[in-house]
Design a protein around this ligand. Structure first.
Ligand SMILES: [Zn+2]
Length: 376
């Protein structure tokens, strides 16, 4: 009798232990960028996993995992790097196999829940080999570089805010800022590229995540002479409306509102793991030591004012004067940089406008006119 009880207790505890420690894989997302593919799995805290790479196979092994029926199909994904996805269960181990086109550099990490994602996330990045090697800290252009590029076409970096795993602000009717910013940025780039003497570079061309520091590096690597970041504003109440334009402030935001905004924009790197290539304060200090900073600030102000004048013709302004905030994306040394908050996605009327292709075109046209007027 005693032996049976002991046996039963241990059996029960085994079952319970098994049931308790089962971790749920809630959802799967994949994002393809020109340089990497990101796999994101919504998981439970304390997930036990390991990844082994064999030739063209990446195997993810998760202990005691359970899948949700509704997300089962989402596992099977193909893109230019992932050729095939398979799953297998071996005892308590759930195995996910990715057959890849070639060997990639694989990085994985977990992210905590935030305002946009309620679950912990397991992120697996597949980086193209040769492109990762070329990632290095780009030096600020020298004055002779600036002279050289002045004689050539004007290169404008158009930065569509957010992307991929980072949706940006979510609208009153649930539209995502990342989609709106990309649509406006693309329209703006087309207009600039049609204009003689101008060339637009997009920091992203699709729905994938680009870190803030990477955006700055793209501008530098392309010798851009202006940096224009496109965003849509959001606040907790739906009454705030209209456009604002920001320039970089060394001391951070000029108003409480700007400070909040800056905080929310700058923490977006938590969507993809923070890069340590550019250390925030050290980097900013370098800019402050840059003798051309004063000129750069004046030019940024001038660009912001020109854009505001044009925006005022098509949409009400939230702030009539250029605002100052310490956005990471505005920390491009030597080149005038502005961040345009095109309207409030949290306001139902503004959100409708932001989703309307004709209105997007008007906004792109206003920013375009602002840029052209700045140079004239
Ligand atoms: Zn934004």
């Amino acid at each position: 009798m005693l032996r049976t009880t002991v046996f039963l207790i241990s059996l029960l505890s085994l079952i319970n232990c098994y049931a308790d420690s089962r971790t749920t894989l809630y959802d799967f997302r994949y994002w393809t960028s020109p340089e990497h593919t990101r796999i994101v799995i919504d998981v439970e805290k304390g997930i036990k996993y390991d990844i082994d790479i064999k030739n063209k196979y990446i195997n993810l092994n998760v202990q005691n995992a359970k899948l949700l029926n509704k997300t089962f199909k989402k596992i099977f994904f193909k893109d230019k790097r992932i050729y095939k996805t398979n799953i297998r269960r071996e005892g308590k181990v759930f195995r996910l196999f990715f057959r890849t086109k070639q060997k990639y550099i694989v990085k994985s990490y977990t992210l905590k829940p935030n305002s946009k994602y309620k679950y912990h996330r397991l992120v697996i990045d597949l980086y193209d080999k040769k492109q990762t090697k070329t990632i290095k800290k780009v030096q600020a252009p020298t004055s002779s570089d600036a002279k050289k590029s002045k004689s050539k076409r004007k290169i404008i970096l158009i930065d569509a805010g957010h992307g991929g795993e980072d949706p940006g602000a979510i609208g009153y009717k649930k539209s995502k800022e990342k989609n709106i910013t990309l649509q406006i940025a693309k329209k703006l780039a087309i207009k600039l590229n049609k204009t003689k003497g101008y060339r637009a570079i997009l920091s992203r061309k699709g729905d994938y995540y680009v870190s803030l520091t990477k955006r700055v590096r793209i501008a530098q690597a392309n010798n851009a002479s202006l940096f224009v970041s496109v965003h849509a504003d959001s606040v907790n109440h739906k009454s705030a409306r209209g456009a604002s334009v920001y320039t970089l402030s060394a001391k951070g935001g000029s108003t409480k509102f700007a400070k909040q905004l800056e905080q929310s924009q700058n923490i977006v790197d938590q969507f993809g793991g923070v890069e340590s290539l550019i250390d925030g304060d050290k980097y900013l200090n370098e800019i402050l030591l840059d003798f051309s900073r004063k000129d750069r600030d004046i030019q940024s102000q001038k660009l912001a004012s020109k854009i505001l004048i044009e925006m005022n013709k098509i949409i009400r302004l939230h702030k009539k004067e250029p605002q100052k905030a310490g956005f990471v994306v505005l920390k491009t040394p030597s080149i005038p940089s502005v961040l345009v908050e095109t309207a409030f996605i949290s306001n139902p009327t503004d959100e409708r406008r932001l989703n309307d292709p004709k209105e997007q075109d008007k906004i792109a046209q206003a920013i375009y006119r602002g840029i052209i007027n700045y140079y004239n």
